[in-house]
Design a protein around this ligand. Structure first.
Ligand SMILES: [Mn+2]
Length: 192
């Protein structure tokens, strides 16, 4: 279990993360029910045990800072990268939405997202600005030090697309952190 806290003038975030979990979560993001719903979907599908308590001034700050702390906790949790699959990809359907997420626990932060209509510019759901999802994913990739590529392949309902992204990230990470009994160090460099 990795426990991290971050307190700034803008937000207060505390995270407990166990990547060898069962998808049990206790997540409380003050005044951000949609974002909390996304984090719960992520925890369940990653089969990570996650506790998050978050509050702050602005939605954008809360989302980004949650991603920073969760990413740092993930980086700590996989500090010893031996005998992990390293790569994980998943394509997830949620009704009309079809999303692809591919991750590499590389130690080399990289993030990209591509949308096949619609994208999240100027869109809100339940007062949640969907552009913040991109900020979450970028901050998570940077702080977890992973490569994270997302493609929204299909979809019209933005709630479905957003939720499919979080679920698909969970599934892809679950594969990437799974045990590889054959390859001890999944890099020709000998280190990750
Ligand atoms: Mn939902």
């Amino acid at each position: 279990m990795i426990s991290l806290e971050r307190k700034t003038k803008e937000t207060g975030i505390s995270v407990n993360l166990n990547i060898k979990g069962k998808g049990n979560y206790k997540i409380n993001v003050e005044n951000q029910p949609f974002f909390q719903h996304m984090l719960e979907a992520f925890a369940k599908n990653a089969a990570f045990d996650i506790e998050i308590t978050a509050s702050g001034d602005l939605q954008h700050h809360i989302v980004e800072d949650c991603a920073i702390v969760l990413g740092q906790a993930f980086d700590k949790a996989i500090a010893n990268k031996q005998n992990i699959a390293r790569y994980g990809s998943f394509i997830l359907a949620m009704g009309d939405a079809l999303v692809l997420v591919s991750v590499d626990i590389s130690g080399r932060p990289y993030f990209s997202v591509e949308y096949n209509y619609p994208n999240f510019k100027d869109c809100t759901i339940e007062n949640f600005d969907l552009e913040n999802i991109e900020e979450f994913m970028r901050a998570f990739a940077n702080n977890a030090k992973i490569t994270l590529q997302i493609k929204v392949l299909n979809g019209t309902n933005r709630h479905h697309i957003a939720e499919a992204i979080f679920k698909c990230l969970g599934r892809a990470l679950r594969i990437a952190v799974s045990e590889d009994k054959v390859i001890e160090m999944p890099s020709t460099k000998g280190i990750l």
